[in-house]
Design a protein around this ligand. Sequence first.
Ligand code: CAA
Length: 284
Amino acid sequence: MSRIETVGIVGAGQMGSGIAHVAALAGYSVLLYDISPDRIEKGIATINGNMARQVSHGKLSEGERQAALARIAPAPNLQDLAGCDLVIEAATEDESIKRKIFAQLCPVLNPEAILATNTSSISVTRLASATDRAERFIGIHFMNPVPVMKLVELVRGIATENETFETAKEFVTRLGKTTTVSEDFPAFIVNRILLPMINEAIYTLYEGVGTVEAIDTAMKLGANHPMGPLQLADFIGLDTCLSIMQVLHDGLSDSKYRPCPLLVKYVEAGWLGRKSGRGFYDYR
Ligand code: CAA
C-alpha cells in the first residue's frame, strides 16, 4: 500500500466528484470539501447516481458501490482535511480562486502531505509558488467524465520532487488510469490540442459555415469523435473552455489561440453549457 491512505478533494463539482468517485472505488478514504454543505451533498448525490449506473451496467456490484460510498465523507471545513496524505484541488479554473484556496489550506495540512491541482491549463510552477510546499506540489489532471476516461496527465512544476511524482503516479495507477507526462506549458497536452479544435468549431458556427447540428454530425461521423465539438464544449462547460483559451492566448502570445467572440458572448450571457441548462444546445 502506498503511503497515501486518505485523500482530500477540494471542489465537489463534476471533476471533484468524479475524482472522489474513482478514489473511493480504489479503496482510498475520501474527504470531499466545497464552500457549502449543499454543494457537497449535490456532489455525493452525483457520485451515488453514477455508481448506480455502473451497477446497472454490470461494471460494479451493489456491495462494491455501498463500500465505496461509505469511504466518502463530507468535509464542511478545510480544517477537516488536516489528516489527509494527498489533497487534490479541483476548484473553478480561475487562478485567483485557486491561490486563495492554497493560502487557507496550506497552514492546515500536515507538512508531509502532497498537494495536487487538477488544473486543466494553468502553470503548475506558478500555482506551486502560492503554496508552502512547491516540492510536494504536482498537477494531476483528470478528464471528464472521470469514471469513464482512461487518461490522467501528470505535470511536474519546476520544484516538484521525484518522490512526489512517483507517489502521484502510483496513486493514479491504482485508480486504473493510464498516465502521460506533460511538461509545464499552457494547457499541457490534451487541452493544447483539444481546445483549439473546439474553438475552431465555434468559429465555424460564428462564420456561418455550418449549423450546430451540421458541425457536430460532421465531426462525429466524419472524424469518428464520440461527441461533436459543440456538444463536448457544452459538456466541459463554456466558462472552462474560455478560461483555457485565455490561458493559451496569454501564455503563448499567438493569435491562433484567440477565443472566438461567440464563445465570449455565450459566457457573458451565462450560457455555460449543460451545467447552466443552455449552451450550444438547450438542456431545459
Ligand atoms: N460516471 C460513470 N459512468 C459513466 C458516466 C459517468 N459520469 N458517464 C458515462 N458513463 C458510462 C455509461 O454508463 C456507459 O457505460 P457502459 O459502457 O457500461 O454502457 C458508458 O460510460 C458510455 O456512456 P453512454 O452510453 O451514456 O453514452 P456514450 O456512449 O455517448 O458515452 C461519453 C458518453 C463517455 C461521455 C462519450 O460521449 C465520450 O467519450 N465523450 C467525449 C468525452 C471527452 O472527450 N472527454 C474529455 C473532455 S476534455 C477534459 O476533460 C479535459 C479538460 O480539462 C477540459
